[in-house]
Ligand binder design. Structure first.
Ligand code: NIG
Ligand code: FE
Length: 396
């Protein structure tokens, strides 16, 4: 069954063959969706016929957001830590241990209900793809459980056993890295597409370059793609390590040297910026302009987690990127869609070219610019397209 979406005042395709600039913007547009994929894109006046018509009545349409960095499987929360931070306490990752305790103590049902609620919350704000990391279990059974639950909401699951050295391994870092790269990895590989590590020598809880390299190499040898929590608290070795090992993404990139920027610019590694973290930890924002001007592929994601940033809102991150990081609205929306897809090495999402998954988000305004222009207003929602009723002619 084909669906013609009409009344699109402004369509962002991220496909320059369809319209103006890298964002491929088409004014007064229509889209045909067939079999869950984009089948036609163009000016409304040239739109072909389709089985069903959906009119968005003068609103903008953008590709659904690709949130390429979240930690949605966890127990408890850390509102008290947030309050203390706002009163001046710095963030160093030490609070992760309390979420590990709460996550281990939680039942599968409680974790699953929380996870599904957060995904629904994200979807209600225009997110159509979400990556979900483990990292609050930090035992063989609890990491495998987190990833098994994460797999119920996405194929983009990431093994983050190397989030911090858990309290039960305090003073035994080497042994913990052996556990992560041995039995924990083996138990998690069946449920994961990616492996990630919190590479941050400035935090006593996280991992240095050698430890991070060991974890990433083990993950790669087991068939996982690579991602790195890099340069969040200091100009550490994470970004260079990500480039050296061909990681899909170096995430945070808050403190980068000129050499880091050069290395990222000449690489296939996306720099994923997480401005909600700087907002929620009251830290300096990453220099997005420097990265964009150097030609680095930039993505925006939420990093939704109970510690450093508890938001599922990609529109909020876009607004921060524009207000605080000097990205244009077009660059920010592109980073939240096309950039996220690059960070996940996906070519079927993050754009609305022919053949892309029909992940459409509607902005309750005539232009995508309003996403940043009207911060905090729930303007964006995913477009639910009609599906053929079960049993109808031609249905599967
Ligand atoms: O991406 N930096 C490491 N991990 C998360 C925060 C986790 C937490 O504080 O619970 C992050 O910011
Ligand atoms: Fe994170």
């Amino acid at each position: 069954m084909s669906t013609l979406v009409t009344g699109i005042a402004e369509l962002v395709t991220n496909d320059p063959s369809h319209g103006e600039g890298p964002s491929g913007v088409v004014p007064d547009a229509a889209v045909v969706v067939d079999g869950g994929r984009v089948a036609w894109v163009g000016a409304m006046r040239r739109a072909p016929a389709a089985d069903v018509r959906v009119d968005v009545d003068g609103r903008a349409v953008v590709p659904g957001f690709v949130d390429s960095h979240t930690h949605l499987v966890f127990g408890g929360d850390r509102a008290g830590e947030f309050e203390a931070r706002m009163a001046g306490r710095p963030y160093d990752g030490g609070g992760i241990a309390s979420t590990v305790a709460d996550t281990r103590a939680a039942g599968d049902d409680a974790l699953s209900v929380r996870l599904h609620r957060l995904v629904a919350e994200a979807r209600a704000q225009g997110t159509t793809t979400v990556e979900v990391k483990s990292g609050y279990g930090l035992s063989v059974a609890d990491e495998a459980r987190s990833l098994r639950l994460a797999r119920t909401v996405t194929t983009e699951t990431t093994f983050l056993g190397a989030h911090v050295v858990p309290p039960d391994h305090a003073g035994r870092r080497e042994q913990y890295v052996d556990l992560v790269t041995g039995p924990m990895l083996a138990a998690c590989v069946p449920h994961a597409r990616w492996v990630d590590v919190f590479c941050e020598p400035a935090s006593p809880h996280a991992f240095d370059a050698d430890e991070a390299r060991t974890v990433l190499n083990a993950g790669a040898a087991a068939g996982l793609g690579l991602r790195v929590h890099a340069n969040q608290l200091s100009a550490g070795p994470g970004a260079l390590l990500a480039v050296e090992l061909g990681a899909a993404s170096a995430d945070h990139c808050t403190y980068l040297t000129a050499a880091d920027v050069d290395a990222l610019a000449g690489s296939e590694t996306t720099a994923t910026l997480l401005p909600g973290v700087e907002f929620s930890t009251r830290s300096p924002y990453p220099d997005a302009r420097r990265l964009l001007d150097a030609g680095v592929q930039v993505a925006l994601a939420t990093d939704c987690n109970p510690g450093s940033c508890f938001t599922t809102s990609m529109p909020f991150c876009i607004a921060l990127a524009v207000r605080e990081m000097a990205m244009t609205p077009a660059e920010a929306v592109r980073a939240a869609t096309f950039g996220g897809a690059k960070a996940l090495r996906r070519s079927d999402i993050g754009h609305l070219g022919i053949g892309a998954l029909a992940d459409l988000a509607v902005v309750d305004a005539p232009s995508y610019r309003h996403i940043a222009y009207r911060p905090g207003v729930p303007l964006v929602r995913t477009l639910e397209l009609p599906v053929r009723p079960a049993g109808a002619p031609g249905s599967a």
